[in-house]
Design a protein around this ligand. Sequence first.
Ligand code: AHR
Length: 500
Amino acid sequence: TAARLTVDPRFAIGPVRRRLFGGFVEHLGRHVYDGLYEPGHPEADGRGFRRDVIALVRELGVSTIRYPGGNFVSGFRWEDSVGPRAARPRRLDLAWHSTETNEVGLHEFSDWLDAVGSDLMLAVNLGTRGTLEAIDLLEYANVPGGSTLSQRRIDNGRAAPFDVRVWCLGNEMDGPWQLGHRSADDYGKLASRTAKGMRQLDPSIELVVCGSSGAQMPTFGDWERVVLEHTYDDVDMISCHAYYQEHDGDAASFLASAVDMDRFIEAVVATADHVGAARGSAKRIDISFDEWNVWYIDRVDAVKPTAIDDWPVAPRLLEDVYSVLDAVVFGGLLISLLKHADRVASASLAQLVNVIAPIMTEPGGPAWRQTTFFPFAITSRLARGHAVRLPLEAPTLDTARYGTVPAVDAVATVDDEAGTAALFVVHRGLEHPVAVDIDVSALGEVEVVETHLLHDDDPGAANTLDEPERVRPRAVETRLVNGILSVSLPPVAWIALSLR
Ligand code: AHR
């Protein structure tokens, strides 16, 4: 079986914005405490941040990081997390049934972001709080000085504003599990009021309104329409969230998860454009895909504490171990995001350390890369310039969930200024290798600079505490003859090639 792709820079989709390679840090499980922050660890710096984790986050290449939740944010009082540490309250986090010590708050997290070289994206609590608290946080974060709240920031040790550019208006307000969950109509009104107030204070910020927490939600589609009818003129982006997992051993459908992501993005774009058309608006609403990953979500309830006297600090929650199969699906999701670079203006991998994460740590022990680390780090490093659509002829696969889908999916990026290009290809077939021929003649004289193949004869192989380097991408042989670049992909494989 063979697949044929053509790279032609004239089929540009949109710019590769750095924000597409964002992350997400939630106060959840061992993400912050006993994750990126562990004062007693031999690798800890003077502030308690693990240097080995900082190095891995830098290697991952994460742009903007969404913070501090997630479901956590809907019960969060931001004032708890600033000021003298000894005076900060211990709070019960209802979302994850844990104790939040507030030892790491806005200032500490911002110091950590400086160390990893990423920007801050803040979510405000629209679950149990409202417009005033959101405006207060914005004043604290972005106003240079001269007011009580900006002065409080200065007194707390931060003279320059945090200057947070992107703000999320709550989190997953469509989900019945969300503290303060409400209807699209109620949320749309609250989000509109809050957005208007925040813009009165700082018109330069970008705002993200909550879309659905998944395309499978019963209110999906209507939620987006109603929320945008209230907020169209007030916001810049609407959020998408999607998590995928293998159900009942159906690897074929799982491998085709990116087909679902494609359809999800296209449905939200169509809905947003419909609202814009009905309003006669020339404005365009983009997507912030601010939670995406592979997540074995069904396993959460088994480990989440529930008893009234059981509110642990930093319990082990959502510590999924990712296989090669998971990482190939994950690489396909990155391809889907790049294929929609015209409308997906920002994306956040959920999450970063220990919690459904590409980076794992052991308290007092090592930090290591999960399988999903590799497609993210490689794509973030190589994808530059413009995303380019690749016309594709490929064998097809039948899947129970998504019907008949191409066995191969791909996207390219072309950086005219640097004179470089990159190709990202996923092979979703489970049985046979596929010979891929890529016509790169439109790029002119090029040569292959880097190749990275993610595949293992055991698709279940993973990196663990005992075997942290079991899986790594490897170089692969390619042939480039008369403008045709040929490579053979084994079943269940993801590959990145860079050209110059
Ligand atoms: O990322 C884990 C959780 O998934 C987040 O807290 C929530 O927003 C989503 O349901």
